[in-house]
Ligand binder design. Structure first.
Ligand code: SF4
Ligand code: SF4
Length: 224
């Protein structure tokens, strides 16, 4: 999602890289689950999130669509997000003890919080949101340890390429108002990146790169 915010207002004014220490560790979020409450449809899922969720819950995309995720329009693109429990306005994966029941394979947005990313010059850096997490006694931790995913370089490369690709597709959608064009593009991308299962015993990032290359060819052919 493209969001224009004044970083100086919402952060500590610093930028961080994967190996930098940042005061983000809220020590297991003890007695707090504010981030898992009232999030609406804002926990948008990227292809890696869906691959992890599918494998962790042993559910296909279609089965996840049966109450755990839903599709919404984000700046013209159809993307999946986590479903909230409408009565409690809490994430469905929050258990009775107020803990995340899918902690090991929770989405990237959940891993990142209270950090954010700022994209500039074909790269990105992290920033610390200072007004979001209610814990005041957070301790320092390395950014990559906080996010806690293996193959971190590959993950960061995936994040950047996915972000850039979405921006490009959103630009194309803005410039092509024809409903049929936008619909076909959305259906193709949904199928390619989300509905078609990733092989669990083979490297996700290589599979993603192959699909990204196919998608760029497809998008290019539509624009001709
Ligand atoms: S997936 Fe886990 S961390 Fe993310 S909102 Fe749901 S309960 Fe919270
Ligand atoms: S507000 Fe902070 S302590 Fe509370 S759940 Fe979110 S990250 Fe954890």
């Amino acid at each position: 999602m493209i969001r224009e915010v004044d970083l100086d207002e919402i952060s500590d004014g610093k930028r961080y890289h994967a190996n930098d220490l940042v005061k983000a560790d809220c020590n297991d979020c003890i007695n707090c689950n504010e981030c898992c409450t009232g999030m609406g449809n804002s926990i948008i899922l990227d292809p890696y999130d869906i691959a992890l969720l599918s494998s962790g819950l042993e559910l296909s995309f279609e089965h996840l669509m049966n109450g755990k995720i839903e599709l919404n329009l984000v700046d013209g693109l159809i993307l999946p997000n986590l479903v909230m429990d409408s009565e409690r306005e809490q994430c469905l994966f929050l258990n009775q003890q107020g803990r995340c029941s899918i902690h090991a394979f929770r989405p990237g947005i959940c891993r990142l919080f209270p950090l954010g990313r700022v994209y500039e010059n074909n790269s990105f850096q992290y920033f610390l949101q200072t007004k979001e997490c209610r814990k005041t006694n957070r301790t320092k931790i390395k950014v990559k340890k906080w996010i806690g995913l293996p193959n971190f370089r590959d993950y960061e490369s995936f994040v950047l390429h996915w972000h850039d690709f979405l921006l490009e597709v959103q630009r194309i959608i803005r410039e092509h108002a024809e409903a049929a064009y936008v619909k076909n593009l959305n259906l193709y991308l949904l199928k390619l990146f989300y509905q078609t299962r990733y092989e669990a015993d083979s490297d996700f990032f290589s599979q993603f790169d192959q699909r990204l290359s196919m998608a760029k060819d497809y998008v290019g052919s539509l624009s001709e």
